[in-house]
Design a binder for this molecule. Structure first.
Ligand SMILES: NC(=O)c1ccc[n+]([C@@H]2O[C@H](COP(=O)([O-])OP(=O)(O)OC[C@H]3O[C@@H](n4cnc5c(N)ncnc54)[C@H](OP(=O)(O)O)[C@@H]3O)[C@@H](O)[C@H]2O)c1
Length: 295
């Protein structure tokens, strides 16, 4: 089987490559960069700006994949709020162009499709995005599902992990700040499931290889507040949790509204595949193990 991973240099894209079942899949990549981050893991790479439809179409035609994995997106939710045209173009329109090829797709979406009043959510819970990011991702889900009955929408949240050039993760930020004796302010009113990018990638491969279609949630198995997550990081590294001060989301004056009581339930994923993503302690242990190999 031939896969094309679009956005193969992002956090999820890299983890999809690193976890690919190499005996059954030939994997091609595409991304904005001139050269890929992991050339040895790819059968081929196309440098492409997906906002140019003709270039995106040419890339898909040249590779002629059996599956498209879309890991490309604008993930800065405040940027999306300030620039809805860009968010609409990358997070919705380009997804529709990919889906127009009628090739089965894995498209990655978000808990921001929910309003955060009643999380953690099952896949069929009513959606009500509060932000431009959430709205464009929900619209993209509908585009994909309307084009191919074999496609997968995989919703995830609060992704972290390591990859070449990846931005500093929340875990690194908390650990490094506390190690340096710095006080940090963390919100107590945002709830959800921290998710290791490697687990998201493994969940996706399990779903594809199992022949599943439709909407699935893939997220870490522990539901707590961002503040409790920071405390768990402090405890894991034996650092002073007294340096973590509480604040509220409203104090941060961010452009995009966040779903507060959010979270994703993964019962459907585990029932379908047997795969259960790690809890926070398991995620941190795994990243400690991997820290030498993915840098
Ligand atoms: N991160 C989270 O907490 C989170 C939470 C829920 C859902 N998700 C979803 O999970 C998926 C993967 O997220 P991630 O965290 O892996 O994102 P990421 O690390 O920001 O990667 C996104 C990739 O998209 C690429 N991209 C953006 N615009 C492009 C363009 N015009 N042409 C080609 N490539 C372009 C980026 O390239 P450059 O790096 O060169 O810009 C980057 O490699 C996304 O669909 C996101 O919405 C993420």
């Amino acid at each position: 089987m031939k896969a094309l991973i679009i956005g193969c240099n992002g956090l999820l894209g890299q983890n999809l490559l690193l976890t690919r079942p190499s005996s059954t899949w030939e994997v091609f990549g595409a991304g904005l960069e001139k050269a890929p981050g992991h050339p040895a893991l790819l059968s081929g790479y196309q440098s492409v700006d997906i906002s140019r439809r003709e270039d995106l179409d040419a890339t898909i035609k040249a590779v002629a994949p059996d599956w498209i994995f879309n890991a490309a997106a604008i993930t800065d939710v405040d940027l999306c709020e300030r620039d809805p045209a860009l968010a609409g173009l990358i997070n919705r329109d380009t997804v529709g162009w990919m889906a127009d090829h009628r090739i089965p797709m894995v498209h990655v979406s978000t808990d921001y499709v929910f309003d955060g009043e009643a999380g953690p959510y099952l896949e069929d819970a009513p959606t009500r995005p509060l932000s431009v990011y959430g709205s464009t991702k929900l619209e993209s889900e509908r585009l994909v599902l309307s084009r191919s009955g074999r496609s997968l929408i995989v919703r995830t949240m609060t992704l972290w992990g390591r990859g070449k050039g990846a931005k500093t993760s929340f875990v690194d930020f908390v650990r490094d700040s506390l190690k340096a004796g710095k006080t940090i302010r963390i919100v107590t009113d945002q709830w959800g499931n921290a998710t290791l990018a490697e687990d998201l990638a493994l969940g996706i491969w399990n779903l594809v290889e199992g022949g599943h279609a439709g909407v699935f949630h893939v997220a870490g198995s522990e539901w707590n507040s961002r503040f409790e997550w920071a405390q768990a990081i402090a405890d894991h590294y034996g650092l002073d949790r007294g340096l973590i001060q509480s604040c509220l989301t409203a104090d941060l004056k961010q452009a995009a509204r966040r779903p507060l009581k959010s979270g994703l339930r993964t019962d459907k994923l585990t029932a379908a595949t047997g795969f259960r993503p790690r809890n926070i302690a398991g995620q941190i242990r795994r990243m400690d193990e991997l820290s030498q190999s993915i840098t």
